[in-house]
Write a protein that binds this ligand. Structure first.
Ligand SMILES: [Zn+2]
Length: 279
């Protein structure tokens, strides 16, 4: 049993942030590619079909005071013109991210592995699946992981009107805040398809755009060994790794994590989650 299991959700989140500070990282992320990095793939990863209609959201129309942790303050988040691709700062820290979930078939196994090695990761969830698996978001919070917004129904945002993009983001923020306990501070566009509206709306909702450095392409089910090799070959300080815990058959992703996580740790990497520079 991991120690964080006994912490309150809020304390676990704070503990996670503190551990990043102890690792000597500013928690900043950087745009642009650097040494040993790869550009995000073109629209491809983790396709999911919309399964339910998007209802109007009252998110942000609620009062900003009340019980619970403080909300991110709108207006404090910069509007970027490109997503963040990697972490900057000292230390051999890498970030593991899992998209499209949660899925009760795979997400608990991934959480178990992360807990076994006492490391924190990021989960970019879809509101549609998050709403059906609120218990898994609560577990992510209890165990110190970071939950980001990956839209409600995983559409290609660049093909949508602004109002629809906003609805996809807001509704998902609402579900995350209720189930996780805090509003998301990070946003990732499905298929890595960003445009000006996604940057503006994400910033308006207090979220930083985070892409990735290394794409495992695990959604193509290339084989567990191949996924492991892609992570190991891409490993470098500051690298953000993209995998999926939902959106299809993900047992290879689950098995690969059990293999590459201890190897990364044995190689001297610290696995952590970024802190927001603007909160
Ligand atoms: Zn996705």
């Amino acid at each position: 049993m991991q120690k964080c299991h006994f912490l309150t959700r809020r304390r676990a989140l704070l503990a996670g942030a503190a551990s990043m500070g102890a690792a000597g990282l500013a928690g900043a992320l950087a745009t642009g590619t650097g040494r040993r990095t790869a550009a995000p793939a073109a629209p491809a990863a983790g396709a999911q079909a919309a399964r339910s209609p998007l209802r109007p959201s009252a998110y942000r129309l609620q009062p900003l005071t009340g019980y619970g942790p403080p909300r991110a303050v709108p207006g404090r988040t910069p509007v970027r013109s490109a997503p963040l691709l990697r972490m900057t700062g000292r230390g051999n820290t890498m970030v593991l991210t899992f998209d499209d979930g949660p899925d009760p078939r795979y997400t608990p196994d991934i959480l178990d592995t992360l807990a076994a090695y006492d490391v924190r990761a990021m989960f970019f969830v879809c509101g549609e699946t998050a709403a059906e698996n609120r218990d898994l978001l609560a577990r992510m919070a209890d165990e110190g992981h970071v939950v980001g917004n990956h839209t409600w129904s995983h559409p290609l945002l660049t093909s949508l009107r602004r109002s629809r993009i906003r609805a996809e983001m807001e509704r998902t923020c609402e579900v995350i805040e209720k189930a996780y306990g805090e509003p998301p501070q990070w946003f990732r566009a499905p298929y890595g398809a960003w445009n000006r509206a996604t940057f503006q709306l994400g910033a308006d909702l207090g979220m930083e755009p985070l892409a990735w450095t290394v794409d495992t392409l695990d959604w193509t089910t290339p084989g567990t060994r191949t996924i492991v090799e892609r992570v190991e070959n891409g490993a470098a300080p500051g690298v953000v790794v993209l995998s999926h815990d939902a959106g299809g058959e993900r047992s290879q992703s689950v098995r690969a994590l059990r293999d590459y996580l201890p190897q990364l740790l044995d190689s001297g990497y610290h696995i952590g989650v970024p802190r927001r520079p603007y909160v």
